[in-house]
Ligand binder design. Structure first.
Ligand SMILES: Nc1ncnc2c1ncn2[C@@H]1O[C@H](COP(=O)(O)OP(=O)(O)OP(=O)(O)O)[C@@H](O)[C@H]1O
Ligand SMILES: [Mg+2]
Length: 516
């Protein structure tokens, strides 16, 4: 079958954005049936390179060939015609449409484009649905063509994106941080699917920041830094520390050092809280807990067990059915976000593009999103531009936000750097309570190291921290106490010292903790 062992080759790819050389003479190749991991710190240029291969960005120079044929990539259509499919870092499906409708959408344009003179043959919905069922069956993707996309868990939405690419006959698949939003179980399932695909001759480019995953699934690893390829590796000759050092250019400490907590007064008190989800079903069930000044309470749980709704309720983003919560004794039940923020809350939201940032605003303006009306930043209606800029410059430096300037729109930043803008803003405000939902999602190991240190510093300054994370490692390394959430309820709360990975894993799955 293989006429060329190398299916895709990119040579000398250069892409300049205003103020950043995102790709600097990048060479990259992909072999048939391999999983090639692309690794690199936030802003290294990974998504840019993939967007060039997918025809979304036009390279300033360089050449891409598929099966030895040079491509003229002017749009994703050209990439798709040559068998390249891509699942993006931020999903591109339309939530109110069914799976079939979503898959038909692009395909119609595709059809029109490739046969512009032919009468536009209408795609038969039943036929498309059947094709989806076949693909779903062949690769064990478990995708129902009639489901409404918005009702599906993210893990399944991602599989819809994969079906969409396969429907368009992709044999080169680009997966840009697919596991960032997946539960460990969903990620395992995705790896199984990836292996099934490669066995059928599909070649995969896989981007992830999780080094354990890299070592588990990669056939080859290419590392980028500052727009350039700086090295390559294969899992059997590598380990997490080597990979981390290669990507960041220094040694990274992968575990957090911290002293035992010195908890003080109760800051957050939650009493028999009940919250419904978007579909009106009970998502949070009679939840009660407290978080004290100077401690980190971690909420462990498989995603979708009410953590998102709990965080939204406590930050004023979702209405509460019954129960109450208070911050330093002040009842805030049912209040909107602003008074809760003013009472001393910092919030790192799970959905950064929806609640965390205004993508069209500059980095500097996003960094004062919660405080813009404070005297420090505005006098009457006059913005104190000097202070706004100084604030941004300090945070950009402290949190190592890679941006050409403080005035760049946040939407132009790489995924991880967008997250860093939110984290920098929220961790730098003088607050009593920090609610951090998936605070390091999409961040590289170097940035995770820094953010973890900052969260512990906040704790040591007397801030109460509620940490919600799907990463068991993160929960284990930051928490002083761990509450396990399952089907909307907190089924147990443990001292960190009494918790083990295995025990937590069992509890998260709704089982009993194994006897010691
Ligand atoms: N559309 C754009 N306009 C301007 N600059 C951009 C654009 N897209 C990317 N950049 C810049 O190019 C650089 C590389 O970004 P890219 O998204 O490729 O990084 P990445 O390696 O995917 O990082 P992450 O791990 O955070 O997703 C960054 O400095 C980013 O700000
Ligand atoms: Mg990216």
């Amino acid at each position: 079958m293989a006429k060329f062992d190398i299916v895709l080759q990119a040579q000398g790819i250069t892409k300049q954005f205003p103020g950043v050389l995102a790709n600097d003479r990048v060479d990259f190749d992909l072999r048939r049936g391999e999983i090639h991991v692309l690794l690199g710190e936030n802003g290294a240029g990974k998504s840019t390179l993939m967007n060039v291969l997918y025809g979304l960005y036009k390279a300033d120079s360089g050449e891409v060939t598929v099966e030895g044929v040079p491509l003229h990539l002017n749009s994703p259509r050209d990439a798709i015609m040559h068998g390249i499919g891509m699942v993006h870092q931020h999903f591109m499906l339309i939530p109110v449409f069914t799976v079939t409708e979503n898959i038909m959408l692009g395909a119609e344009t595709n059809h029109r484009a490739s046969q512009s003179d032919a009468p536009l043959a209408k795609l038969d919905r039943a036929e498309v649905a059947q094709k989806i069922r076949d693909l779903s069956h062949q690769y064990r993707l478990d995708v129902n063509p009639d489901a409404i996309v918005g009702d599906l868990p993210v893990g399944v939405q991602q599989r819809v994106e994969i079906v969409k690419a396969l429907y368009r006959k992709a044999n080169i698949l680009i997966l840009d941080e697919p596991t960032a939003v997946l539960t460990p179980q969903e990620a395992e399932e995705l790896f199984r699917i990836m292996h099934d695909l490669t066995r059928e001759g599909v070649s995969i480019i896989f981007i992830t920041h999780k080094l354990k995953e890299v070592l588990a699934v990669a056939d080859r690893i290419t590392v980028m830094r500052g727009g350039r390829v700086v090295g390559s590796a294969i899992p059997k000759d590598s380990d997490e520390h080597k990979l981390a050092a290669m990507m960041v250019g220094r040694d990274v400490i992968l575990t957090v050092k911290k002293k035992p907590a010195q908890p003080k007064e109760t800051v957050l008190s939650v009493n028999q809280l009940n919250v419904k989800d978007v579909r009106g079903l009970n998502a949070v069930n009679e939840v009660s807990f407290t978080v004290r000044a100077g401690e980190v309470l971690g909420i462990a749980g498989v995603q979708g067990n009410g953590q998102t709704e709990l965080a939204e309720a406590l930050t004023g983003l979702r209405s509460i059915e019954s129960g109450r919560f208070s911050l330093l004794g002040a009842d805030l039940t049912g209040r909107p976000p602003r008074p809760i923020t003013e009472a001393g809350l910092a919030h790192i939201p799970e959905d950064r593009q929806r609640y965390g940032l205004v993508l069209s605003y500059s980095v500097a303006d996003n960094m004062i999103l919660c405080d813009y009306y404070q005297p420090r930043f505005s006098k009457g209606i006059v913005i104190q531009q000097k202070n706004v800029d100084a604030n941004a410059e300090k945070l950009i430096k402290d949190f190592d936000v890679r941006t050409p300037s403080p005035f760049t729109p946040a939407g132009k930043l790489s995924g991880g750097n967008q997250q860093k803008v939110i984290v920098a803003r929220e961790l730098s405000r003088p607050v009593k309570l920090l609610i951090a939902s998936q605070p390091t999602r999409g961040l590289d190991v170097g940035s995770i190291e820094y953010i973890h240190k900052e969260i512990i510093l906040m704790r040591d300054r007397g801030v109460a921290v509620l940490l919600i994370s799907a990463e068991l490692d993160e929960i284990m390394s930051l928490s002083d106490r761990i509450a396990v959430m399952y089907r909307g309820a907190i089924i147990t709360t443990l001292d960190r010292k009494a918790a083990t990975r295995e025990g937590l894993g069992l509890l998260m799955a709704g089982g009993q903790e194994a006897p010691a």
